[in-house]
Design a protein around this ligand. Structure first.
Ligand code: GDG
Length: 567
């Protein structure tokens, strides 16, 4: 189907609930029993075969779940998400202290909502249109429908006054919908991917509905300062709202159609908590304050660090180097096979470095793990073909019998194997064209207990704000990338140690638990008497994170949602 230019109906009007929506009125909806509810695209579990051959659920070892498990256990938490396969939602179940509630997606919804609007509209749009986003009205309708289903599921689980934490670009309408259903709950939303500049965001026919949906939150978290400021601009431009520093003044309830002007004077803190079931029929003269903040996500640093210290993992890392023919230099890339990750730019630079003999013959080997991802989406199919053709060409041009210069692995590996690869690599190549954070860079650092190894890191990742000991590159600048690879490969042990030490300090001080804690603290205990910061304002989250400031000013760090490979 060709991309459309025209939106359905009024571009800036909210999506209407579909005819088949099973909404009940707020008054009829029972209040749930969970005082902390996480809503994320996926449940933190995988379906696996048990010892008896029966299918069973196993928790998937993502950083997000690692960080939130203790909070879930303490607060009687529920997690709402899609189990990952089309079809009816399985009944809610408990696993490792978490109450897991599935949202079902039909095969058509997987196509139109997940592969369509999420991964072929929003994903390329939010990553600076590296690939052309497609705009289809039926995909948008599926997005509205599925977001409503999530919101209803959360509303049914949340106790009176509960804290709800909604995650990422797949669920941007949930905060607004949930606020209409349950004005009593406290809602946070965190965007894991970049939030684009307004000129790009403005292409989206449904830009206003997205902004309004997000503004149902009490606190909006972003990875980088630039993401938060882009969002504030979108509030002003597409919803006509006034922003004061990092805060947005929002009429309560927020009209969902037409332009909305905010008050021009200073912020009027007028949020009032409604009781469960009271719904949105509140006094339209009230104003609510929505806060935004920068909360860079991180990883389970200690967990990775411990794996990397295991003797069998260290033995495996030596085995990997032997299997590669004991190269002088081993370079490594680990990515989902995604066009945002800059894999082709990396391969081009590596091929030229080889051609120029700058890594010293026979010398270097690149291991590229490209874990399968979104394989039914066109852009991803085409990327796979291009990457595989390029790898074949490099090996054809520069390989010898038994010594291919690129080892390409289109597979997913257990964490232990990943840690062994990280430990084996002299140079880690993380070269995305755009990336909200990039957890791989932090995982590499967390594993290097030997304080050796060098990281080449794109400036277009959130991680570049924090990992200043890396060799920072612009991946579009192939000459610059080549120079950085050569410098990283030839770095002295002293300089490598100095750089790695500073990065390890950062990654261990600001882990995923820190990220979750700072976000939830800011959500539940908004700093009183917040001053509207002037100019390059800092966001509410920063108030919790003074001290360890990065030159670019963004920082705090921590948390991680390691999406399961294959997402
Ligand atoms: C989004 C944002 C942001 C990959 N292959 C295997 C494997 N992985 C794991 C990595 C890492 C994760 O997947 C990938 O995380 P990234 O941060 O690199 O990227 P996205 O998937 O695009 O994640 C990103 C993130 O959300 C968190 O907010 O950083 O910017 O795009 O953890 O290790 N893990 C295992 N085997 C593999 O083969 N075990």
């Amino acid at each position: 189907m060709p991309p459309i230019k025209e939106p359905a109906g009024q571009p800036d009007e909210p999506g209407q609930p579909p005819d088949d929506a099973t909404s009940s009125s707020p008054a009829e909806r029972p209040t749930g029993q969970y005082s902390f509810v996480v809503a994320a695209s996926r449940l933190p579990v995988d379906r696996a075969e048990g010892p008896d051959g029966q299918a069973e659920w196993r928790s998937s070892p993502g950083g997000l779940v690692t960080a939130l498990k203790p909070v879930m256990a303490e607060a009687e938490g529920a997690w709402v998400g899609w189990p990952g396969a089309a079809g009816e939602a399985p009944e809610p179940f408990d696993l490792e202290g978490m109450h897991l509630v599935s949202v079902g997606l039909s095969p058509a919804e997987v196509r139109e909502y997940y592969e369509g609007f999420c991964n072929a509209t929003l994903w390329p749009l939010y990553h600076d249109v590296i690939a052309q986003p497609e705009f289809h009205r039926e995909w948008w309708e599926a997005y509205v429908r599925v977001n409503r289903r999530y919101a209803e599921t959360v509303a049914a689980q949340a106790a009176d006054g509960a804290t709800v934490w909604v995650h990422d670009y797949q669920l941007q309408l949930v905060p607004g919908m949930l606020r209409e259903m349950r004005g009593d709950v406290c809602i946070g939303h965190f965007t894991h991917i970049p939030f684009p500049g307004y000129e790009i965001f403005a292409q989206l026919p449904w830009r206003r509905q997205i902004v309004v949906g997000l503004l149902g939150s009490d606190l909006l978290g972003f990875q980088r300062h630039s993401d938060a400021t882009n969002f504030l601009r979108a509030c002003r431009r597409s919803a006509g709202l006034a922003t004061h520093g990092s805060r947005i003044q929002v009429p309560d309830p927020l009209p969902t159609g037409g332009a909305t002007a905010g008050p021009s004077g200073p912020a009027r803190p007028a949020r009032r908590r409604r009781t469960a079931g009271e719904g949105a029929a509140a006094d339209a003269s009230a104003w609510r304050e929505v806060r935004s903040g920068t909360f860079p996500i991180s990883i389970d640093s200690r967990g990775f660090g411990e794996i990397a210290l295991r003797p069998e993992v260290n033995a495996r890392s030596r085995e990997i180097r032997e299997a590669l023919g004991k190269p002088d230099i081993m370079l490594l890339g680990v990515d989902r096979l995604d066009y945002t990750k800059g894999i082709l730019h990396r391969l081009k630079a590596y091929a030229e470095v080889l051609a120029e003999g700058r890594l010293g013959p026979p010398g270097a080997v690149l291991v590229q793990v490209a874990s399968p991802s979104r394989e039914r989406v066109d852009h991803y199919r085409r990327l796979r073909e291009e990457v595989e053709t390029t790898v074949g060409r490099i090996n054809g041009d520069y390989g010898e019998v038994g010594l291919p210069p690129v080892h390409y692995l289109h597979q997913s590996y257990p964490r232990e194997e990943m840690a062994a690869l990280y430990l084996a690599a002299d140079v880690m190549l993380v070269t995305p064209l755009r990336d909200g954070m990039n957890l791989v860079a932090k995982e590499y650092v967390a594993c290097r207990h030997d304080e050796d190894g060098a990281l080449v890191l794109s400036e277009f990742t959130g991680a570049a704000d924090e990992l200043t000991g890396a060799f920072i590159v612009n991946p579009h600048d192939i000459e610059g990338l080549k120079d950085a690879i050569v410098r990283a490969a030839g770095v002295s042990p002293q300089e490598a140690r100095r750089r790695m030490r500073s990065m390890r300090r950062r990654v261990f001080d600001h882990d995923v638990a820190y990220w979750a804690r700072t976000f939830l603290d800011a959500l539940e205990k908004p700093p009183s008497g917040l001053q509207a910061p002037s100019g390059d304002h800092h966001l509410s989250g920063d108030h919790h994170l003074s001290g360890d400031h990065h030159p670019s000013g963004d920082h705090q760090a921590s948390g991680d949602h390691s999406p399961p490979p294959g997402d």
